[in-house]
Design a protein around this ligand. Structure first.
Ligand code: SF4
Length: 680
């Protein structure tokens, strides 16, 4: 049996694991004891990460839609159809009528090439990926505040915090290895404050559990900071020496008393005061957050409010301090780093600043205006301005908000090409479907949520005629007339390093078992586990006042409940891989809705009863899970299930700064099917 060291395919923790290979098949997985973060541990998804690879549903051959059926074609024919359609659309409607959605499940090398395909090959900056719907507010918010929109410290640094504030993150279920370091800190005597409308697992161990209403975060975080300022718990020296704009924030938060925050957010004013004093009095405080903070129309303001809190207390740049935005996909950090964003080239070099540099590097003219974000592309498809779309390893029909609207937008395209490893609800709508290699069948790198660039290694061959994406993308780039000839992912990484200062010192030979934290500007540099310890990239960090705004949809008599969505421990994203992993699917086999027990009693709903959940956009039939662990007036639906896709219910309203949609708040109502019968 061979054992191939690689990186887990699921969450952004980036655990190291071995794939066990016998007779060309994966027969098992074991953790890597040498991995510097996971240290011989995996969560249940990691242990089962090899299971889906040989599933019989794998896409094996290129397919083209002919008269409403898919027909198998050769790679040459598929590539020639794609090239012809891209050319036709571009000639007729201009290059900005094309777009590319890349994959946070893909490697850095694939994302780099896809962004190059969009910009150099198709001549459009319409390139984006799923980070738009998870951590775009982090890129924008922390980018403004610190000059770098990424996690400031390594995961292990959490073990050295005196206080950890977890906001909008079900860490134990979504990032189990991060939770292990939080537990270590707790065992060392750290205080834990959890802010979440659900009693997530870590709330059981918390010293305080604050339960803000979804969408109310700016109000309670501003009040939290106000208490710290009023009680003289700020770090004046840090503020004076390393920041700017504090006075404006001090003034703006002064009106947010704990009592005002309670009236907006429902967080008990006394608890809020207590939590703020615990945080403000401690030496080293860390803030962990995830999509409970970002998926709002105020997502960027929420992130800035947390940045204000860190800066005011000087909790940046040291072990045990910092901000920890937890990335959901294994390579969502790397996809952002590689410039799979409409406004940035690789390494967050702005399209407006670095165009000349990339024109020289890629030997061709590049478009000058930033492109459309993911949902802007969907809106452009609706109004006829976007006509051709390439989707790689992404399933927007299930993962984007307002499913029916997304389906309609994709159906309006003249040409949709999808590359994936399994058939999905999005491949069903495609004109051309290309089969790809899974993580176990390719070489490359992923960058974990802690900015650790690490190797992905091929263990088995892809099934049928499926190919590694880099080969296909490279072929497309060449077909579009751009000189692009790589011998493999290692050579692509060499090009990435040559044009991306934060990856300047990354090469495969140096990554070995430990990987390297970017920024790593040259080959003599060991990487940077902790950011901002001496200076910020923008010299002084920036405070910015943020004011509370209501969520886009407010509850009313017709829709009296707040619907929030999220994930389960046993599933990942749209379920394409975990629902084809029998042991994971067995744990949570059916979709459900969590309802507060008092609400359920008032509505006459029993545990396990099939009920209808409705919003202004659609309805789902779901099994009721009655629990005291969710706040009254709030319901929760996981979004992994194609038979009841939660995004049928969610809304598309965008944060004006980061263009994320407000997936975490929709006004909803519940009905019992038997009530329909009685009412005729
Ligand atoms: Fe994989 Fe994340 Fe689990 Fe680690 S914590 S094994 S990276 S899913």
């Amino acid at each position: 049996m061979d054992k191939v060291l690689t990186t887990c395919v699921y969450c952004g923790c980036g655990c190291g694991l071995f794939l066990h290979v016998e007779d060309g098949r994966i027969v098992g997985v074991s953790p890597s004891p040498m991995h510097p973060m996971s240290k011989g541990r995996l969560c249940i998804k990691g242990w089962l990460a090899g299971d889906f690879v040989s599933h019989p549903d794998r896409l094996k051959f290129p397919m083209v839609r002919r008269e409403d059926r898919f027909a198998r074609v050769s790679w040459d024919e598929a590539i020639s159809i794609i090239k012809r359609k891209f050319r036709e659309i571009s000639d007729k409607s201009g290059p900005d009528s094309l777009g590319v959605l890349t994959s946070a499940k893909g490697t850095n090398e694939e994302n780099y090439l896809l962004a190059k395909l969009a910009r150099a090959g198709l001549k459009t900056n319409n390139v984006d990926h799923v980070a738009r719907l998870c951590h775009a507010p982090t890129v924008v918010g922390l980018g403004y505040a610190f000059g770098s929109g990424a996690m400031t410290n390594p995961i292990s640094s959490l073990a050295h915090a005196d206080v950890i504030l977890i906001v909008g993150s079900n860490t134990a279920e979504q990032h189990p290895l991060v939770a292990s370091y939080i537990l270590e800190a707790k065992a060392n005597g750290a205080k834990l404050i959890v802010a979440d409308p659900r009693k997530v697992q870590l709330a059981d161990l918390a010293d305080l559990h604050l339960k803000p209403k979804p969408g109310s975060d700016v109000a309670w975080i501003n009040a939290f900071l106000n208490v710290i300022i009023q009680d003289g718990l700020i770090n004046e020296r840090f503020i004076i020496e390393r920041t700017e704009g504090f006075e404006a924030v001090k003034q703006s938060v002064s009106v947010y008393t704990p009592e005002l925050a309670e009236s907006i957010s429902g967080v008990n004013a006394q608890d809020l005061r207590k939590a703020a004093i615990i945080f403000g009095s401690a030496e080293r405080c860390a803030i962990v957050y995830a999509m409970g903070i970002t998926q709002h129309i105020a997502g960027t303001d929420n992130v800035q409010a947390l940045a204000n809190l860190s800066l005011a207390t000087g909790n940046i740049g040291l072990d045990g301090t910092g901000l920890y935005p937890l990335r959901g996909h294994q390579n969502v950090q790397g996809s952002c780093d590689m410039g799979a964003l409409p406004e940035f080239y690789p390494g967050y070099q702005k399209v407006s600043d670095a165009r000349e540099k990339f024109q020289q590097a890629w030997g061709t003219d590049l478009p000058d205006r930033p492109g459309l974000t993911a949902l802007e592309m969907m809106a452009a498809a609706e109004n006829g301005n976007l006509k051709g779309l390439l989707v790689v390893g992404e399933n927007p029909v299930i993962s984007f908000p307002d499913t029916y609207r997304i389906k309609n937008a994709l159906n309006l395209l003249d040409f949709l090409m999808v590359m994936d490893i399994f058939p999905t609800e999005t491949t069903e709508l495609a004109d051309v479907v290309l089969p790809c290699a899974s993580f176990a069948e390719k070489n490359g790198t992923f960058t974990s949520t802690e900015r650790r660039v690490q190797r992905v290694r091929s263990a088995v061959a892809p099934p049928g005629e499926a190919k590694e994406e880099w080969r296909v993308i490279n072929e497309l780039i060449c077909q579009l007339g751009i000189a692009s000839c790589y011998s493999g992912p290692e050579e692509i990484m060499a090009e990435i390093a040559s044009v991306t200062p934060i990856y300047g010192g990354i090469d495969y030979g140096r990554l070995d078992v430990n990987g390297i934290h970017w920024p790593c500007p040259d080959r003599n540099h060991d990487g940077t586990p902790i950011l901002h310890n001496e200076r910020f990239p923008i010299n002084r960090a920036r405070f910015r006042p943020v004011e509370y705004i209501d969520p886009y949809e407010l509850i009313n008599d017709d829709y009296p409940l707040i619907l929030t969505t999220g994930r389960s421990l046993y599933h990942f994203h749209t379920g394409t891989m975990t629902r084809r992993t029998s042991l994971l699917d067995r744990e949570v086999p059916v979709p459900f809705v969590e309802i507060n027990s008092d609400d359920a009693l008032a509505m006459g709903i029993r545990n396990g009863q099939r009920i209808i959940v409705e919003t202004r956009r659609g309805q789902l039939f779901l099994d009721a899970r009655i629990t005291a662990d969710i706040s009254e007036g709030t319901i929760f639906v996981p979004f992994h299930f194609t038979e009841a896709p939660a995004n049928v219910l969610t809304n598309w309203a965008l944060d004006s700064q980061s263009k994320i949609s407000e997936l975490k708040v929709s006004a909803a109502r519940i009905r019992r099917p038997e009530d329909d019968r009685f009412s005729g």
